[in-house]
Design a protein around this ligand. Structure first.
Ligand SMILES: C[S@@+](CC[C@H](N)C(=O)[O-])C[C@H]1O[C@@H](n2cnc3c(N)ncnc32)[C@H](O)[C@@H]1O
Length: 190
């Protein structure tokens, strides 16, 4: 397989069968361009092909740990890290959400549909119990720093003959930047 072109990475990423494909690269571009709080350690939760881990490694993060529930995703990400020559920086692990330890930066492109996954393929887009969705922000002691929206750049969004053109042309991809809430940080220190 030829892989998927990821312009902000300058290389192709190779999805395995059943892993989420980064064909809409707007969301990858957002992670490639936003400010980084530190360069020591980052977690990439729900790593899939490992595309965000690769972007972070390319941006100079010294250690990146990607996690995924799916064995096929972890194998895929591991293979991509080797192909891209970043296996000394980026590692993928089978893990539910977070690995042990703390990181200065956590990125996540979560499954977004609040339903149950019927097959293992669905796990990339269905989020049972909204475990990974944004209504968990405040209860987790986090607050939103900023939200950056982009409009779709892929060709099907501008193809008026596409039956889904109306919906596709209105797609918005958002990067939400979060930090530990001021109240949570101060209460943790007491
Ligand atoms: C929308 S895909 C994003 C994949 C990749 N990060 C990207 O942006 O192309 C979501 C990923 O989260 C993984 N996932 C779902 N629930 C998870 C959990 N509880 N812990 C870790 N990964 C999870 C899925 O298997 C899937 O690979």
């Amino acid at each position: 397989m030829n892989g998927v072109d990821v312009p902000s990475l300058g290389v192709r990423i190779h999805p395995h069968y059943g892993t989420f494909m980064p064909t809409r690269h707007e969301y990858v571009d957002l992670v490639a361009s936003e400010p980084l709080p530190a360069h020591d350690l980052a977690f990439d939760i729900g790593t899939g092909t490992g595309v965000h881990s690769a972007v972070l490694a390319k941006r100079g993060i010294r250690r990146v740990i990607g996690t995924d529930l799916q064995r096929r995703a972890v194998d895929c990400a591991t293979e991509n890290f080797e192909l891209l020559g970043i296996a000394d920086v980026a590692e993928a692990r089978i893990c539910d959400m977070f690995p042990d330890g703390k990181a200065s930066l956590i990125v996540c492109n979560p499954p977004w549909l609040p339903g149950s996954a019927a097959t293992s393929f669905d796990a990339a887009i269905y989020d049972p119990g909204s475990q990974m969705l944004l209504d968990a922000i405040a209860p987790a002691g986090l607050e939103v720093i900023s939200r950056l929206d982009t409009t779709p750049a892929h060709c099907r969004a501008s193809d008026a003959t596409d039956v889904l053109h109306a919906a596709r042309s209105r797609e918005v991809t958002s990067l939400w930047r979060l930090r530990v809430a001021a109240t949570a940080a101060s209460s943790g220190a007491c």
